[in-house]
Each structure stands twice: as C-alpha cells, then as structure tokens.
Design a binder for this molecule. Structure first.
Ligand code: CTP
Length: 437
C-alpha cells in the first residue's frame, strides 16, 4: 500500500504536534536519517481515526543515538526526557509531546519481566510488537521515503486491519508480556476488533503457564489507568473491556476470585457515558480510581483489598476504592434525607471527585439527578459574600466558617437572593451565636 503524502498525514495530527514533527524531519533530513511513524498512530490513520499521539522511530547511522537527534531538534528550546532503559526520548513542546525511539530488538530474560533492548533493524522493531495492526510504519523523512516506498508491513498488519483482527506476532507473545492481554481488551472495543483465534489459544497457554503471576503490580496498574482513561476520553463502556478480560479468565489470573460482577455492569456503562457529557468533562485525570471503585464495589471487602495490594494501589486512592461501597451507602441515605439544594451541596461538597463519579454511576435515578444537577448548576455557584466581608463584620475563626456555610445553604435554597440579604442574614446569625455564647 502506498504511503500517504506527508502533508496529508500532517494534517491529521494534533496541531501542536505538527510543528514538532516538522522539526524532527528537518533535522533528520540534514543527516539523511530515516524516520518513520509507527504503531498506534499508523493504525489510527489507516482507520481514518483522529491521531492522539505521535510515535516516531528512527534508523540511525553507526555511533548516533536518539538523544543526540533529540537535542539537535530541541536546540535548547524543548524539554528532552531520556528513557535510557528503552532507548527512547520524549520531546516536550508547548501543548504536545512526541516519542522518539531508535529501531530496536527486545529480549525477555523471563516471562513477564521487562525486556532488555538492543539496536536492531526496522523489521525487527516491528516484529517485537504486540499486534500486527500495531506493527506498521509509514516512512516520513526523505531518506526513509527513498528507501521504502509504501507502508512498511512485515507481519500482515494491513490484512488484519481489514479483517478487524488483533493478532499477536508469535506464540509466546503473552508469555513475554502478559500486559498485552489488557491492551487487547482495551483496544478491541475501541477499534471494533476481536482477538484472533490463534492469539486466544496463545493467551490460554500463557494463563496455564502462570505468566501473569510474574508481572509487577505497577505495570498492571498502569494498564488499568489506561483502560479507564480510554473510557473517559471516548465515552467507551469500560465494562466491555472488563467483560473480555473476565471471559478470557485474565481477571482470575490477576487475583483469584476477581471477576466482573453483573451488578457493576450498568454503573460502569453509566460511568463511561457520564465522562463525555455534562456534568463531568472529559480528561479527568483520576477516572481510573472512580472506575475501580465502581467495578470492585460488589465484591467482598477482603477480595477488594487483595486486588488493591496486587495492583500496588495504596494511600488515598486505595482508601477511596476500598471504602467506596460503605461510603456510597451512607451518601445515598443522606441524600435521601437532604431537603433542599443547600443540604445537597453541604453533603456533596465533602465528597472527593473520584468517589462522586462512582457514586453518580451507582445512584438510583432520583439521587443521580440530584448529583448531576449539583455538579452542573450548584457546585460552581458563589455566594456574593466573602470571608473578607465577614471579617469586616468582626467575625473570625470557626464562627466565620459556620456563617459562610449557613449563607451558602440559604443562597442555594433561594431564601437569600442578593448580597444585601446575605449580609443581613450574616449579621443575624452572628448576633444569635454571640448571644448564645
Ligand atoms: N507496544 C507493544 N507492547 C506493549 C506496549 C506497546 O508492542 N506492551 C507497542 C505497540 O506497537 C504500540 C506501541 O508500542 O502500538 C506504542 O505503545 P502505546 O503508545 O502504549 O500504544 P498505542 O498502540 O499507541 O495505543 P494508544 O492508541 O492507546 O496510545
């Protein structure tokens, strides 16, 4: 298949990335270095999807490395982050980043461990990848275009793209890197692909050989963050990925007893939808915490804690996930009792963003409407009286906090409508509290 014209390709990149790519190509062209667009962006371009990130790989001459190229591109103006272990460099411009890697081959010392990398050829670089549809390259720089005319496809990726199939490139791919199963479950619903039969058989073999046990919690957690992050970015239903992992017996391999409980399916779907429409804008950074909380809620508490330990989730995030079912029930009871918008505000403003998302996903219709209305309309409303106004009235300390709280409730309930009315109420509350003390 012919490569696209460079200008056509650049047009489909996020605007901020175009400048970065142009700079890389200009530098590469001065030394006749071969630069290719590889992996996810090629796949997405061929499918007519919006490109989200830019992954470039470069064939260098002897003695050169990607860091040297990155520094020439940057000329001291961009942030250059070097990832020694994998031979990659990230160039950070304004509003865009770009990953630059040298072509390399990988070796896995044991199943599930991180690979060691060494210089290789473009073909080897493509063959070491997860799925054939992610192993395609488009020549970009002049030297690359002169060397290879069309899209580089050494593994039959174009055919699989046509057949909408995710196919691994060798039988031990899941043994080498079991996180590829999580990637498959993330990509399949997003792209409308299925995991090929021979890949499913290879996954079963990796499960049978206990490959998942060797993967660190950190690596697994990073995959879950991406899985729920995709849902946030694109309104996808995270339950679809979880269903695949459940059916493939991957969940139970991560932690015995872990599953997708049927009761979590609708809340998860709701979570995916809520993230691309009001009240929650896309791009929430910690959506995965909400996703985990919603998913694990129906499981028994000890299992939930074991899953958190397995995925190396600790601190606040772990508490939010493990305590969610108890807190959810308490919040829902309190919401039922809350009279007026002020009372709802008082309750929900004490709730962290991730738990709120999960709560909305799990809430029955009436409570859900109240949560959404609060998030869209009330949360951002400001009372026209500030702490400074109250200090000018001689209020300080906890009394000031209490008065502000009461004013806010009255403001949201509509019993106070102007700044003057609010100040009158503030006087009244403070007089009453003084006469009490
Ligand atoms: N890759 C791999 N094995 C992994 C992770 C990544 O082979 N465990 C390869 C794939 O070729 C992938 C590329 O590295 O396309 C870049 O990885 P990443 O950016 O994580 O994936 P994308 O396919 O770009 O997915 P997304 O569109 O979600 O960014």
């Amino acid at each position: 298949m012919r490569s696209p014209a460079l200008t056509d390709l650049l047009r489909t990149l996020p605007e901020a990335s175009v400048e970065l790519v142009r700079r890389v190509l200009a530098c590469a062209d001065t030394r006749r270095q071969r630069v290719y667009l590889v992996g996810g962006p090629v796949r997405d371009w061929l499918m007519g999807r919006r490109l989200r990130d830019v992954d470039l790989t470069v064939e260098l001459h002897k003695g050169e490395d990607a860091t040297e190229l990155a520094h020439r591109v940057s000329a001291g103006k961009l942030r250059v982050r070097v990832h020694e272990r994998f031979g990659t460099v990230t160039l950070q411009g304004t509003g865009a980043a770009l990953d630059l890697a040298t072509v390399r081959r990988e070796q896995y010392a044991r199943d599930g461990a991180l690979p060691t990398v060494e210089e290789g050829t473009l073909e080897e670089d493509l063959r070491r990848r997860d799925f054939s549809v992610n192993a395609l390259a488009i020549p970009l720089s002049a030297a690359a275009r002169a060397r290879r005319v069309g899209i580089v496809d050494v593994t039959g990726g174009l055919e699989d793209l046509e057949a909408r199939s995710l196919r691994i490139l060798h039988a031990r791919s899941f043994h080498d890197d079991p996180t590829r199963a999580l990637r498959a479950a993330r990509l399949a619903p997003r792209l409308g692909f299925t995991l090929s039969r021979h890949s499913r058989a290879a996954l079963r073999a990796a499960l049978r050989d206990g490959a998942f046990g060797a993967v660190s919690g950190d690596r697994l957690r990073r995959e879950w963050v991406k899985l729920f992050g995709d849902a946030a970015g694109q309104g996808l239903d995270p339950a679809r990925s979880l269903r695949l992992l459940h059916d493939w017996h991957v969940l139970g391999a991560l932690e015995p007893g872990l599953e997708l409980d049927g009761r979590a399916v609708t809340p998860l779907r709701r979570l995916g939808r809520a993230l691309v429409e009001p009240p929650w804008p896309a791009g929430q950074r910690r959506v995965w915490v909400a996703g985990m909380a919603a998913w694990l809620a129906p499981l028994r508490a000890p299992l939930r804690r074991r899953v958190l330990a397995r995925l190396a989730i600790s601190g606040d995030q772990a508490t939010r996930i493990s305590e969610f079912p108890r807190r959810r029930d308490a919040w829902l009871r309190a919401l039922e009792r809350a009279r007026g918008r002020g009372a709802v505000d008082l309750l929900l403003s004490g709730c962290d963003e991730e738990s709120l998302l999960a709560l909305h996903a799990w809430a029955p219709p009436a409570a859900r409407r109240r949560i959404a209305r609060w998030a869209v309309e009330d949360r951002g409303r400001r009372v026209p009286v500030t702490g400074d106004d109250l200090m000018a009235m001689g209020l300080t300390g906890p009394v000031l906090g209490r008065v502000l709280e009461r004013l806010r409730v009255a403001w949201l309930d509509g019993s106070v409508r102007t700044r003057e009315e609010a100040l009158v109420l503030a006087h009244e509350i403070s007089r009453r509290s003084r006469s009490k003390s």
